[in-house]
Design a protein around this ligand. Structure first.
Ligand code: C2E
Ligand code: MG
Ligand code: MG
Ligand code: MG
Length: 292
């Protein structure tokens, strides 16, 4: 019996593995042609200042419409692109396109505030990264001080000394640096203090757990207090409920991003939101709002 069961499990395992490997190879093959085929596009998610309820900035998020694979989620294709190195040209495309769109909004008389773009660990390790980014800024006319690059804490902590040099170069361009998915890796604020980091984005797994885990609530409160003490701006990502938002108000989190306010939007919907001056509704703001 045990032998039979073992064999059956092994077959299931093999079938599952096979499907996974085939999917990965399928994506790899498609990813190679996706840039040339114009299959990528960007959506942007607004980020709101908690004190005023106003939109402060927009995070560019990559989308892939694979012709024979449908919409593939970044959580699925970015790791594959990362592993194969394809993320380097794809990520540069995303940065250039995000800057181009941001500059276009401003040329239309809109005020998008600032722009956040993700950099994967592999991109972060590209030699002369700062020069390449400087070229993209010059090419698109993007004001460096309105750009913020989001990197994960693992990308920074794995090669701390070279990461520190890269970050110094980037900061030298005038761009802001945010640590994304904070709390999921092994970094400590004591280390981060030695880097030119401006902002922490608390990972949405902590925010999602706020409502029913006092433990996670304590972690979030502590991260925010320490970050504030170090002069960092704190963003909560993945805010979905009013009670999460109330908690974040209470602990003086600076900014929030999440479905409660808005999902990521296509560029024309973003422009409409800017035109309409959409903000967090008054009942979600911390204090009663007087006349503006
Ligand atoms: P991230 O940078 O942490 O981005 C936040 C993710 O959370 C986005 O997923 C966003 O759509 C999602 N999100 C925002 N608010 C909520 C919410 O209230 N609830 C939930 N459940 N999710 C929310 P998305 O767009 O699928 O991107 C996933 C990840 O893929 C990103 O995580 C980022 O690591 C990576 N990524 C996306 N675009 C790029 C890019 O242009 N370059 C690189 N290198 N990575 C990217
Ligand atoms: Mg991000
Ligand atoms: Mg994040
Ligand atoms: Mg995340």
């Amino acid at each position: 019996h045990a032998k039979q069961r073992g064999r059956r499990n092994w077959q299931c395992y093999e079938a599952g593995m096979g499907a996974q490997v085939r999917r990965r190879q399928f994506l790899l093959g498609r990813l190679r042609r996706a840039l040339a085929g114009n299959e990528f596009f960007l959506v942007f998610q607004p980020r709101v200042a908690l004190a005023s309820g106003a939109v402060r900035s927009w995070e560019a998020l990559l989308r892939w419409d694979c012709p024979d694979g449908g919409a593939v989620s970044p959580d699925e294709f970015i790791p594959v692109a990362e592993e194969s190195g394809a993320i380097v040209p794809i990520g540069e495309w995303a940065l250039r396109e995000a800057c181009r769109q941001f500059v276009e909004w401003r040329a239309q008389g809109l005020d998008p505030g600032s722009l956040a773009v993700n950099l994967s660990p592999r991109q972060f390790a590209v030699p002369q990264l700062a020069e390449r980014i400087a070229d993209i800024l010059a090419e698109t006319g993007m004001p460096p001080t309105l750009l913020e690059l989001e990197i994960t804490e693992t990308a920074v902590m794995e090669e701390f000394d070279s990461a520190a040099r890269t970050l110094e170069h980037l900061a030298g361009l005038g761009v802001g640096i945010a640590i994304d998915d904070f709390g999921t890796g092994y970094s400590s604020l004591a280390y981060l203090r030695r880097l030119p980091v401006d902002k922490l984005k608390i990972d949405r797994s902590f925010i999602g757990a706020l409502d029913d885990s006092p433990h996670d609530a304590a972690i979030v409160r502590t991260i925010i207090e320490l970050a504030r003490a170090l002069g960092l701006t704190v963003v909560a990502e993945g805010v979905e409920t009013e009670s999460q938002l109330r908690f974040l108000h209470g602990v003086l989190c600076h900014e929030m991003q999440g479905y409660l306010f808005s999902r990521p939007l296509c560029p024309s919907a973003c422009a409409q939101m800017m035109r309409d001056g959409v903000r967090l509704p008054g009942h979600l703001l911390p204090r009663p709002q007087g006349p503006q």
